[in-house]
Design a protein around this ligand. Structure first.
Ligand code: DGL
Length: 258
């Protein structure tokens, strides 16, 4: 089965490009359209209803662009709105959730840390998943301020180092051996985080799992493209400088009001 329509991907901003990267790496021929809703970032402090409305706005635009499948490349959006999106639209959705399961199953100390937004950590979906692993101690930390600094391009700033130290030191002291990155912006912080964490603490995120899930869905239901040399397109509703930087100026970035 072939389907040459594009895959739509959206996030509250530039962070979901970490997920896009994994999808593009696994499925390089697929045409991808990415929406960075940076004007409305961060989603993590908004109400559930506000997040649902923003997700529907992004979905409507991707459907106007004829997408065959939508990847919600944002943990906050997925944990607050995926049910409502699936109920309203016929297009298939893939969401992203914090990878608690592999961390809990592999942890030797049975203590894991999770860094995510407030919206994700208070969501029903996240708490239901966490309950399944109640024998593991899960240290939750809201990454206040991290998304804002990443959106400003201040990944390696002293302010970022200071925030990360304050969030990670208590987890190190509590003897975690896995740190789950529960926000698609945070993989961009891995080099910084590695400088703070001792070597025995593993860092995991959900990017590769989402890419594999996308591949499975194309295989089973949606269909792969049979075109070659696809060109990814990125849209942002703010100034495009930081998004271009994070993409190393390799792809087309369009500023658009949405
Ligand atoms: N990338 C989003 C996530 O995965 C960031 C959320 C936000 O905008 O606060 O949760």
């Amino acid at each position: 089965m072939n389907n040459n329509k594009p895959i739509g991907i959206f996030d509250s901003g530039i962070g979901g490009t970490s997920i896009w990267r994994e999808i593009h790496h696994l499925l390089p021929d697929e045409q991808t359209i990415y929406l960075a809703d940076s004007k409305n970032a961060p989603y993590g402090q908004k109400s559930k209803n506000e997040i649902i409305a923003l997700c529907m706005k992004n979905t409507d635009l991707l459907l106007q662009m004829d997408c065959k499948l939508i990847v919600v490349a944002c943990n906050t959006a997925t944990t607050n709105a995926i049910k409502e999106l699936r109920a309203k639209y016929e297009v298939p959705f893939i969401g992203i959730e914090p990878a608690i399961k592999p961390a809990a199953l592999n942890s030797k100390t049975q203590k894991i840390g999770i860094l995510a937004t407030q919206g994700t950590l208070i969501s029903e979906l996240f708490n239901k998943t966490a309950e399944q692993f109640h024998t593991t101690k899960i240290l939750e930390q809201v990454g206040h301020g991290l998304v804002q600094l990443i959106e400003k391009g201040q990944i390696n700033s002293p302010a970022m180092t200071e925030l990360l130290h304050s969030y990670l030191q208590p987890m190190i002291a509590a003897d975690i051996d896995y740190l789950v990155l529960g926000c698609s912006h945070y993989p961009y912080l891995i080099p910084q985080i590695k400088k703070i964490l001792p070597d025995h603490i593993h860092i995991i995120d959900s990017g590769q799992a989402v890419a594999r899930q996308t591949q499975n869905l194309l295989n089973k239901e949606v269909g792969f493209t049979n075109l070659k040399n696809s060109k990814p397109v990125f849209y942002t509703n703010t100034d495009s400088t930081v998004l271009k930087e994070i993409l190393k100026n390799e792809y087309e970035v369009i500023e658009k009001d949405f």
